[in-house]
Design a protein around this ligand. Structure first.
Ligand code: FMN
Length: 328
């Protein structure tokens, strides 16, 4: 089976093509790792039958926090807890990548005590129906956030992770810059696709500088909004080509403002986007979205839609999904 084949990125060998994608577990105490996290990840990775886990999104600075139970990676005190988590995940041979995030205007003021920020001061409707009017980030503020991404990546490396994933999907800050629905800027960070991914490219460069050449740097790209006037698959293909040129090692594809499950699309979601990106780049592509069985995973690998397959909610439901579906 193709799904059982190992894959090497840089010096890191994944045992197979099965990926547990980032799924916020809300198990922290004051932003720190708890026994609950150890148990949650060990239950799924203990057997070593998952090649890679991308751990749930962590906030890089207080301004960018998304939810109360989210993991914090914005200070050095987080390293000890994260080290205990990477030790648990590595025990069975599974590799791990840390997803780092700034939620932009999706950081609730009631949680952070700060004004939500975004690319443009235009009203946005949140999932709960609330309307938010973000503060438009200045070029200096963008630089501060870029530095916070780099510092977070350095901490992930110090904690024993095999790589870091920059969160650019699901309507969070980088996705807000990428999508013409939320980015109305007239400066170097708005307008053309090159301008709308300038922030991403600056973050990639700063993160690479912080972690060195051997460490995996991935990006989760909210490649398409699947909405009139939003980002398109063609935008995503071009952005991914530029990310590859900028030194990205792994492209993890998901949705933009439509989040991880576009309305009205049949599973597997994002196969159209993933196939188009895979044909345009040579770095590995990870596809996640409604995949629940071995046959679909095999077909996607065989048809060159992706190199790695993310199994999300199916793994939440059945922590032993690799054993029940692949290693029977
Ligand atoms: C409870 C839950 C939490 C999630 N948290 C994150 C997250 O922290 N970061 C992220 O990029 N995606 C997150 N996602 C999206 C998943 O990574 C994945 O893309 C999504 O579940 C679709 O894949 P699936 O159909 O295999 O579940 C989350 C999804 C769920 C269900």
């Amino acid at each position: 089976m193709l799904i059982k084949e190992p894959l090497k990125i840089k010096n890191t060998l994944f045992n197979n093509r099965i990926v547990m994608p980032p799924m916020a577990s809300e198990k922290t105490e004051n932003g720190r790792i708890t026994e609950g996290h150890h148990h949650y990840y060990d239950k799924r990775c203990g057997s070593g039958h998952i090649g890679l886990v991308v751990t749930e999104h962590m906030y890089i600075m207080p301004q960018g926090q998304a939810t109360p139970g989210q993991i914090y990676i914005g200070d050095d005190a987080c390293i000890e807890g994260l080290r205990s988590l990477t030790d648990v995940i590595h025990r069975g041979g599974t590799k791990c990548i840390a997803q780092i995030n700034h939620a932009g205007y999706k950081s609730p003021a009631a949680l952070t005590g700060m004004e939500p920020v975004g690319p443009s001061a235009v009203e946005a409707r949140l999932k709960n129906g609330d309307i938010v009017l973000p503060h438009e980030l200045s070029a200096d503020e963008i630089k501060e956030i870029t530095a916070a991404f780099a510092a977070a990546a350095k901490r992930a490396k110090a904690a024993g992770y095999d790589g870091v994933e920059i969160h650019g999907a699901h309507g969070y800050l980088l996705c807000q810059f990428y999508s013409p629905l939320s980015n109305k800027r007239c400066d170097a960070y708005g307008g053309s696709l090159e301008n709308r991914i300038r922030f991403h490219l600056e973050v990639i460069a700063a993160v690479r500088e912080a972690v060195g050449e051997d460490f995996i740097v991935a990006i989760r790209m909210g490649g398409c909004d699947y909405t009139e006037g939003g980002s398109t698959i063609a935008d995503c293909v071009e952005a991914c080509r530029l990310f590859e040129q900028a030194g990205i090692d792994l492209l993890d594809l998901s949705g933009g403002h439509c989040s991880y499950q576009p309305v009205g699309k049949a599973a597997p979601y994002f196969e159209d986007m993933s196939s188009a990106v895979k044909a345009a780049v040579s770095v590995p592509v990870l596809l996640t979205g409604g995949i629940v069985d071995a046959e679909t995973a095999e077909r996607l690998l065989r048809e060159n839609a992706c190199d790695l397959v993310g199994i999300g909610r199916a793994l939440l439901k059945d922590p032993h999904w690799p054993e029940t579906h692949i290693y029977k």
